[in-house]
Design a protein around this ligand. Sequence first.
Ligand code: DQA
Length: 141
Amino acid sequence: MKVLVLNGPNLGTLGRREPEVYGTRTLTDLETMLTNRAREVGLQVSCRQSNHEGQLIDWIETEPSDAIIINPGALSHYSLALADALRSSGKPVVEVHISNVFAREPERHRMVTAAAAKGLISGLGFEGYLAALDYLASLSD
Ligand code: DQA
């Protein structure tokens, strides 16, 4: 199974960005963790990050994959376009947030893209992405 891992706006600056919220590990650290775990559970991952909604949608439409893990960043809270793209991919989607968005400002409680996902993991840090990968591996058993 090929898993496309997408990180949206401002996730390229992990490690420097609000470390008290998102920790000190970088996007490269995250992608290395995912690549290693994927190898252990017999999946292939390809990881992409963009600050641009349209680029994320283009990847959802064109990148070959069987499943998607996505952290849409702030787009989660308002992007119907991204939700539509995820829904029309027809693939199992797991949405991940590093922080617990429900313990944060009320404007982060509105989750638009999660409605197009099979499930949502929020607040488990980088380990949430690994949990998503393990879940997807269980689908291909
Ligand atoms: C985030 C939560 C969003 O509200 C925020 O805009 C982000 C990061 C998270 O991973 O916790 O950019 O998606």
